[in-house]
Design a protein around this ligand. Structure first.
Ligand code: NAP
Length: 300
């Protein structure tokens, strides 16, 4: 039996592991995909206190090393069920472990546009990760949809190698930081379609051949023959499998206050999957620390 099982090895989960092992607890982190979570796709992290600039991937690597060196055990697998049994929890993935407390640090996944053909064209014209797929579009015209920091950062990243980048945003002002908007304005190969939506993914002979955009002010549609569309319209939580274990809100986020305690004693919620206003690296790390210390005092 381990003391604390941390489900999810993103920033919140790995920070929780660091705090809990340093408090003398046995910790197992279970990650279904890549350690580090969404931040590994960020080309540059510039807003983590004490670290002026670092790629998201390197940041995640450091965190993993730190957690493992301190004694956290990391396993890979997709947790499909967590069951309460007397004074502990049974966590089922490809294996099964028992744990006195559980920290759910499940993060969130890329939100989709919900357009026809989106799934089939993913990886063949439609991408959710500029850092991963940008190189395939070198010298080509691409579009990116979204107005948050991810879209702005990705547009900057793509404008380094693509012939042109068209940023499509549904409102007339960006949600992301002004600093990024100002950097983008200096790029001559970046164009904007504000107050526009992507209304269709075009295909010719079953292959991606561009997008249709709709002007939300005039209702007029036009086709853009771009070679790739990058979707950066935010994220949604992956909490469905755990909805019976802890209360969720309408959007699916697990309900917990700043103390990270869920509606079930012994289950703690950390990071982007928790109901909260601000989802940032710093707030994910803060949640990890709070959830770990709360779990330690629950165990006693
Ligand atoms: P976000 O801030 O939630 O922005 C999502 C954007 O997509 C918004 O502009 C939204 O429009 C738009 N959108 C949502 N659904 C849409 C739809 N169906 N069709 C068209 N547009 C749609 O998401 P994010 O940019 O991924 O950022 C997530 C969090 O990570 C934020 O807190 C962000 O600051 C943070 N982040 C930080 C860094 C960093 O360097 N530190 C980098 C990336 C992200 P509206 O504006 O109209 O709602």
């Amino acid at each position: 039996m381990t003391d604390i099982a941390v489900i999810g090895g993103g920033i919140a989960g790995l920070t929780a592991a660091i705090y809990a092992v340093r408090a003398g607890k046995q910790v197992t982190v279970i990650e279904k995909d890549c350690l580090g979570g969404q931040i590994i796709y960020s080309p540059m992290v510039e807003n983590y206190p004490g670290i002026p600039r670092m790629s998201g991937e390197i940041f995640a690597e450091h965190l993993q090393e730190q957690a493992e060196e301190l004694g956290a055990s990391i396993e890979y697998g997709e947790v499909v069920e967590i069951e309460k049994e007397e004074d502990h929890f049974v966590i089922r993935y490809e294996e099964e472990i028992r744990s006195k407390a559980v920290i759910l640090a499940l993060g969130a996944a890329h939100r989709k546009l919900g357009l026809e053909g989106e799934e089939d064209l993913t990886g063949c014209g439609v991408s959710y990760c500029a850092v991963c797929d940008g190189a395939f579009y070198e010298g080509m015209d691409v579009a990116i949809v979204g107005g948050g920091n991810t879209a702005l950062q990705d547009a900057l990243f793509l404008s380094n190698t693509c012939s042109s980048v068209t940023v499509i945003h549904r409102r007339n002002e960006f949600r992301g930081d002004d600093r990024l908007v100002k950097q983008l304005e200096k790029r001559h190969n970046v164009h904007y379609l504000m107050s526009h939506l992507v209304s269709g993914l075009n295909q010719t002979d079953g292959e991606f051949s561009g997008i249709t955009v709709r002007n939300l002010q005039t209702g007029k549609e036009e086709q853009l023959p771009v070679k790739g569309l990058f979707v950066a319209v935010g994220q949604s939580p992956q909490t469905k499998a755990f909805a019976a274990l802890a209360q969720t809100d309408k959007a699916g986020y697990l309900v917990a206050g700043e103390n990270c305690e869920s509606s079930t004693p012994g289950i703690f919620i950390a990071g982007d999957c928790r109901t909260k206003e601000i989802r940032q690296l710093t707030t994910a790390a803060a949640d990890g620390a709070v959830a770990a210390l709360a779990a330690c005092s629950y165990i006693g």
